[in-house]
Every structure is written in C-alpha cells, then in structure tokens.
Design a protein around this ligand. Sequence first.
Ligand SMILES: [Zn+2]
Length: 305
Amino acid sequence: MKSKLGIEVIDAHAHFMTAGSMKAWSQRGRSMTSFAKRTQTRTDMKSIEFPGDDFDAGQKWVNELDRYGVSSVGFMIGPETYDEFIEVRRRFPGYFLGYINIQPSDQDAPKKIRKAAEDGFYGVKLYPSSWRDIHVYDEQLYPIYEEVKRQKMVVFCHFGVSIGGEADLRSGNPIDIQIPARDFTDVNFIIAHFGAGWFREVLLMQYQTDNVYMDSSGSNVWMKYLPQDLTIRDVFRYALRAGGPNKILFGTDSTFFPRGFRYNILEEQFNALQSLKKNGLIDDEGIQMIFSENHKRLTGYKPRE
Ligand SMILES: [Zn+2]
C-alpha cells in the first residue's frame, strides 16, 4: 500500500494509549500540571485529550492510518494495554504490531517475552534512561537477550533524554549497547530517536557494530540541546554517512489524541530525504528502506497491502 507521499510507510515506533492506560498514567507519578509544563516547553504537543470510557483507540488509529495511507504502526505495549492491544489487532488485521515493554528488574521478564512471542509480538522495548543503577550491559539483562534471540525479536532501546522527569541518564548512554551487541550478534538493537542527544555515540556504534540501528521517531527536539546547529536533514546525512540507508527505521513516536498520527513528522523527514536525494546522498531504494523495508527485514512483519 502506498501512502499519500507515494511510498509504502510503516511507522516503526509509536505508543498505544487506551482510556484505561491514560487514566492510570495520569494518576501515576508527577501531577498533570508538571507534565503539561514539561511537554509545553519540550514537545510540539499543545493539549491531550482525556478520553471517556467509550474511547475506541483501535478505531481512532485505523482512521488515522487510512487517512494518510500509512500501512502499519508498531506500538510499545505495557501490561496495562496488553490485552486491549491484542483485541484491537484482531479487529483490524495488518494495521498494528506490538513490542512489549520489559523491565530488567522483572524476574519473569524472559517468561513474558516468550508469552509475547506466542501472542504475535515482534520485539521488546527497553527504556534504560528510566532505570536506576542498572545498565543494558549488566548480566541481569542477559536472560532477556537470550530469550529475544530465541524468539527472533528485535530490541528497541530508548537512551538519551526523556520527557519523564524521573529519568536517570547515567543509564542513558547508547555506548552501553556495544557489549550486548557484541555478545548477541544475532539480535538487532534499534536505538530510538537517533539516541535522543547521544547522536555521536549512535554514529560511533555504526563503526563498532553491525547490529545497532536507529529509529528516526519523534520531533527530535534533542537537536536543540547540542552546541551545534543541526536540522533533521543534517541528522539523516550523518546517519547515512555512518551507517547507510539500511540502518535507519522511520518512526513518529505518535501517542496522544487529538494529535493522532504525526503526519508533520512523516512529511518533514520525507522532504529532508528528498533533498538529500537531490544531492546524490541517497536514492529511491534507500528512501524506501528507511520508510518500510528495513522494518520488514528486521522484524519479518508483513503490513497490510
Ligand atoms: Zn517512544
């Protein structure tokens, strides 16, 4: 299926929020006021819709994907949305795939990964920037990687800065993934948001490893916090130079309504890549890799046609 931009698009990285999970999320941790303050200054989100119990997240997403011709979207799924996600995926075949959120401290993590694989999930999401006193290279994580390898899943890692005020960036450096990547050469690790600030480190991983990828998801507002002027076009240029087009997966990090699918991000990144194509730095085949082929190759997922 072709998107409005004339190419097949899979959104590799987004979040599935339901009425129940929104409620739980808003009651957890920091107050909504403090969250709203952080999002206003650090994201492009002006408001969040707090849905009633009749909020049909699946239908909302299907409408969004149909509107833009986006084939499928990959969601990070926590325990609070697990069952509802499976139900939605059953209702709308081909639209959605899931990656399960895993906490390294969870003794049952390998079991949960096995169950997720049986339930048709394609990957695991780790959020090291939110961990305390544990790193992705710690031995504690190895049973997780063993299971991921067995189930032929991918691993998404959110390193770098985080909108969560509880973050602990001592665990947030993408360099940390080098040792697991070396020890698990069959597992593919995808660093979200180009490393969310640790961009140089993600580029260096392209030299050091063959199985570390990056996703382009979100507004990439981290660029604003570097002592160097970067545009999304520059970010793609450096990423292409270091890793080539087969190392980048397109994503939007879409989460909330009414914002819905972040088409502006798709358009912006597509235009940036078209501009690089004019300069001979990528061709149509490379662009198609970024928007869908890499995702299909790494996960084995088949989107709707
Ligand atoms: Zn995300």
